[in-house]
Design a protein around this ligand. Structure first.
Ligand code: NHR
Ligand code: GAR
Length: 213
């Protein structure tokens, strides 16, 4: 059984999608938020999952907070650490500790639009497609090996909220898929690139066509 710990900062809809996927061979052991008021903590509790708040504001700095966070995470001995709307940059030492076993979902087609306010910047740039990326986490922000992406159209009249909602639907599809592959030991990282072992033709290593609402 692979043990999963999920880090959130807010709503927790990606966390919920992963929990609801009931991935064979995987169990979500704990959900941890750096924001005590995160809605996702209540959702986790409603599933009977340990839900822990660790307020970053109570620590002197990033390194102190990340050390406390790692100690809390490691109480649950995770095989996989999942960032799901986790909004704090993680220190190099923390990332190294979970090298090869930490995934993040970012709401853009990386390497475009790393960092914050992704949807606003995509609309401002006038791009015609947007999307989302699941990647392994490395110290450099949003730059780790890419596992899976999904594409959506940017439609005339879109604003940040309408684009974010279209992208989020795809996040809920691809994040459980990426976690499933990890749990099945099928993700191989080589030269900074990921391949999915034993991929079914047409279903993996995707170039996903733009998806309608
Ligand atoms: N840490 C490392 N080292 N590498 C990554 O790829 C990371 C990471 C931590 C979080 C998620 C993320 C994203 O997908 C993520 C990826 C927060 C910020 C940020 O600037 C940037 C990227 C991501 C999450 N956060 C501010 C900070 O000072 C705080 C913003 C806030 O609290 O609202 O940490 O894009
Ligand atoms: C998601 O869209 C996720 O991709 C994004 O925040 C949202 C969290 O929603 N992450 C980032 O922007 C990371 N910088 P959720 O809490 O409902 O999963």
């Amino acid at each position: 059984m692979k043990r999963i710990v999920i880090l959130i900062s807010g709503r927790g809809s990606n966390m919920e999608a992963i929990v609801r996927a009931q991935i064979p061979g995987a169990q979500v052991q704990a959900v941890i938020s750096n924001r005590p008021d995160a809605k996702g903590l209540e959702i986790a509790r409603s599933f009977g999952i340990a839900a822990v708040a660790l307020d970053h504001k109570a620590y002197a700095g990033r390194d102190e907070f990340d050390a406390a966070l790692a100690a809390e995470i490691d109480r649950f001995s995770p095989d996989l650490l999942v960032l799901a709307g986790y909004m704090r940059i993680l220190s190099d030492g923390f990332v190294r500790h979970y090298a090869g076993r930490m995934l993040n979902i970012h709401p853009s087609l990386l390497p475009c639009f790393t960092g914050l306010h992704t949807h606003r910047r995509a609309i401002e740039a006038g791009v015609k497609v947007a999307g989302t990326t699941v990647h392994f986490v490395i110290p450099e922000l949003d730059a780790g090996p890419i596992v899976i992406q999904a594409v959506v159209p940017v439609l005339p009249g879109d604003d940040e909220d309408s684009l974010a909602a279209r992208v989020l639907k795809q996040e809920h599809r691809i994040y459980p898929q990426a976690v499933r592959w990890f749990v099945e030991d099928r993700l191989v990282i080589e030269n900074g690139r990921v391949t999915v072992r034993d991929a079914q033709a047409g279903s993996e290593g995707w170039s996903v066509p733009p998806v309608e609402d």
